[in-house]
Write a protein that binds this ligand. Structure first.
Ligand SMILES: Nc1nc2c(ncn2[C@@H]2O[C@H](COP(=O)(O)OP(=O)(O)O)[C@@H](O)[C@H]2O)c(=O)[nH]1
Ligand SMILES: [Mg+2]
Length: 315
């Protein structure tokens, strides 16, 4: 077995060390990465992928740590990919935070990884997408991808997500400009974090105002959830909204499938009716037998005969 095959096998078994090695490969070795992804790809497609984005300092990493705990409480396994070099998962400034963070990384049902954003030969967006596939194949129920909502590559990364959560917080300055400039387009859920600060409601109102500018009719209206990431307040409500959005996506998919099925059946039914009514008419007018005789005599082939008859019908 080659090294890549061995790692792929470990990933599928959910082995933490293999997952870590696999992510290192997609960060550094594009050719090996392609073989690795090919091997695990058939086992992907089961996880719910959540993109969590917003300005630096909004509290995304802190919030994700609390979300992971709540998902574990709900019996789900979780993978986290942080594409944020400015605030890696260290567990905060206090010793207690760091110890709690360590406990989390010891948990077999949790995998947390910060992506190297520098010297990434295949591009950070590509590496992130591959890392998500690895965690998916490893059987994680939920995968959270943290990015700083700034440039195009972040928007690209967020496109792998099924549910996009945009996190804001009061006192970050230009945040509402940021929502207007693209983040609003991609948000399925808004979070106003640092709700312990008195000006948090102002941020909620600002987001509501921006949302009201969008007058398109939508099947899903992005809710706004208030959280205090440092205490975990509002995190269960956030997970409930994420779950609601997942169910909404499933309903949409089912509806799309029903439409496709209905269309196939309608086309089939029309084809049957048109065919039999044309054939009956041709038989009534004795044209059917006439041309049948010509085919038997090899004077005309069936396809040309059909075309001729239909053209006469159209005239
Ligand atoms: N007061 C308050 N501070 C918070 C809250 N959430 C996070 N912080 C602090 O905000 C800072 C940035 O948090 P971090 O999670 O690294 O933000 P990120 O850059 O969005 O990932 C840290 O000092 C956190 O302790 C909150 O709900 N309330
Ligand atoms: Mg962060």
């Amino acid at each position: 077995m080659s090294k890549v095959e061995e790692i792929a096998k470990g990933v599928l078994a959910g082995d933490k060390r293999s997952i870590a090695k696999a992510i290192t490969i997609v960060e550094n070795k594009p050719e090996e990465a392609q073989r690795l992804i090919a091997a695990i790809y058939p086992h992907t497609g089961k996880a719910h992928i959540i993109g969590l984005t917003g300005p630096g300092g909004a509290g995304k990493s802190t919030l994700i740590e609390k979300m992971v705990r709540e998902y574990r409480r709900r019996g789900k396994t979780v993978g986290v990919i942080a594409v944020d070099p400015t605030s890696p998962f260290t567990g905060g400034a206090f010793l207690g935070d760091r110890i709690r963070m360590q406990e989390l990384t010891m948990d077999e049902g949790v995998f947390i990884r910060s992506m190297a954003t520098r010297n990434n030969p295949g591009g950070i967006a590509k590496a992130t997408k591959d890392a998500v596939k690895i965690l998916d194949a490893a059987g994680k129920d939920v995968i959270i991808v943290e990015t700083v909502g700034a440039g195009q590559s972040e928007v690209d990364i967020v496109k792998v997500a099924q549910t996009v959560v945009v996190v804001h917080a009061p006192g970050l300055g230009d945040e509402i400009q940021a929502i207007k400039a693209g983040l609003m387009e991609i948000a399925d859920i808004f979070v106003v974090n640092k709700a312990d600060r008195e000006n948090a409601d102002k941020t909620v109102i600002d987001i509501q105002a921006v949302l009201q500018l969008d007058d398109r009719v939508k099947a899903w209206n992005p809710p706004i959830v208030k959280t205090v990431a440092v205490t975990g307040e509002g995190v269960p409500q956030l997970l409930d909204k994420i779950e609601e959005h997942r169910q909404f996506l499933q309903r949409e998919l089912l509806q799309k499938r029903s439409w496709e099925k209905a269309q196939a059946e309608l086309v089939e039914a029309i084809r049957d009716k048109v065919t039999s009514s044309i054939i009956e008419k041709l038989k009534r007018e004795k044209r059917f037998e006439k041309i049948l005789q010509q085919i038997v005599n090899r004077e005309i082939d069936p396809a040309t005969a059909a075309e001729k008859l239909l053209n006469q019908e159209m005239e």
